[in-house]
Design a binder for this molecule. Structure first.
Ligand code: UDP
Ligand code: MG
Length: 313
């Protein structure tokens, strides 16, 4: 019998969460009376996550495990899971129970109404610090302004994707996997449900501000060329202003003679322009580095073992 729902869970050092996670996910799925599979991706965990997952797999044929060869990061782990999922709808969900599995039922209802993507949007971000909330907010406002696609705000990877959207997603080969953006890029008929995001059940988040900063850079560079293009205009404006200033200096020298002092303005100009040039180079570097990553054409992930799944390609 074909599988209707695939739940995809990336796990990295989540041993304390697995029992309650399966209990709640299976509970939510059983109440739907649909066929399902739960695909767990062990993303190079250093604790007992894999052993526990294999235990579950041995006792429950709906649970399948992909063991990656090392830690590849959440977005890539998720991609691996989506590649192997065979359900008519795919639902990625975090292992730490921040995304309540009980919402799956509500998502499935929307899906049955005919939506291709149903994402879960946070009502509030109360559980986060003021700093995290305001930086996240600023990031989404900026991203919304400089990209053409609209990325839903306050939305994680927790969503339901119809097979049509999944197949479209699989055709995006890029290594820089800014999943939120990719999900939005494929388009399709989408809707959302609102929920209250819970604090992590056990363990710690794997994010820190440096990672978040790089995540933001990935998002911007993957979906906008504006940071590259803007310098043409900044350069033009500075050149024009310089031209005016130069004419003014020439005329003034002709009429008033040579004027030696000017050390401060010289220094300021040189430092300012030097700074701008370095920033521009850095931004070109951000893109160039990503071009290099893409062009190497390495596989996105390496699978070490599969439990309950067949090898692909
Ligand atoms: N995760 C992963 N690989 C990583 C980091 C995280 O598979 O390198 C998984 C993690 O086990 C969890 C999900 O991604 O299921 C979200 O991670 P986390 O809770 O650390 O992120 P946050 O909720 O803070 O965004
Ligand atoms: Mg989390």
């Amino acid at each position: 019998m074909s599988i209707q729902i695939s739940v995809v869970i990336p796990l990295y050092n989540e041993e304390e969460n697995i029992d309650i996670l399966f209990k709640r996910v299976i509970g939510a799925l059983e109440s739907l009376k649909l066929t399902y599979e739960i695909i767990c991706i062990n993303d190079g965990s250093k604790d007992k996550t894999l052993d526990i997952l294999i235990d579950y797999y041995l006792n429950n044929s709906d649970i399948k495990v992909i063991n990656l060869s090392r830690n590849f990061g959440k977005d890539i782990a998720l991609t691996a899971g989506i590649d192997y999922a065979s359900g008519n709808a795919v639902i990625p969900i975090d292992a730490d129970l921040q995304d309540p599995p009980e919402l799956i039922g509500e998502m499935v209802l929307k899906w049955q109404e005919g939506y291709d993507i149903v994402y879960a949007t946070r009502k509030t971000r109360q559980s986060e610090t003021w700093f995290k909330r305001s930086t996240a907010n600023a990031f989404y406002v900026l991203l919304g302004k400089i990209t053409k696609i609209s990325i839903p705000r306050n939305t994680g990877d927790f969503r339901l994707l119809d097979r049509k959207a999944v197949e479209a997603l699989k055709r995006l080969p890029e290594r820089t996997r800014f999943m939120k953006g990719l999900f939005a890029w494929v388009g399709f008929k989408s809707t959302y449900i609102l929920f209250e995001r819970q604090p992590r059940y056990q363990g710690n988040t794997k994010w820190n501000y440096w990672k978040l900063w790089n995540f933001a850079l990935d998002g911007i560079t993957s979906f906008s060329l504006l940071p590259l293009k803007i310098w043409t205009y900044v350069g033009l404006i500075i050149s024009l202003l310089s031209l005016f200033y130069a004419s003014f200096l020439v005329i003034r020298t002709i009429f008033l003679g040579i004027d030696v002092p000017g050390y401060a303005s010289l220094m300021v100009t040189i430092l300012f322009l030097g700074g701008i040039q370095l920033i521009t180079l850095g931004i070109i570097g951000e893109y160039l580095g990503r071009v290099y990553e893409e062009i190497k054409g390495r596989p996105l992930y390496i699978v070490r073992d599969l439990y309950g799944l067949d090898k692909q390609n």
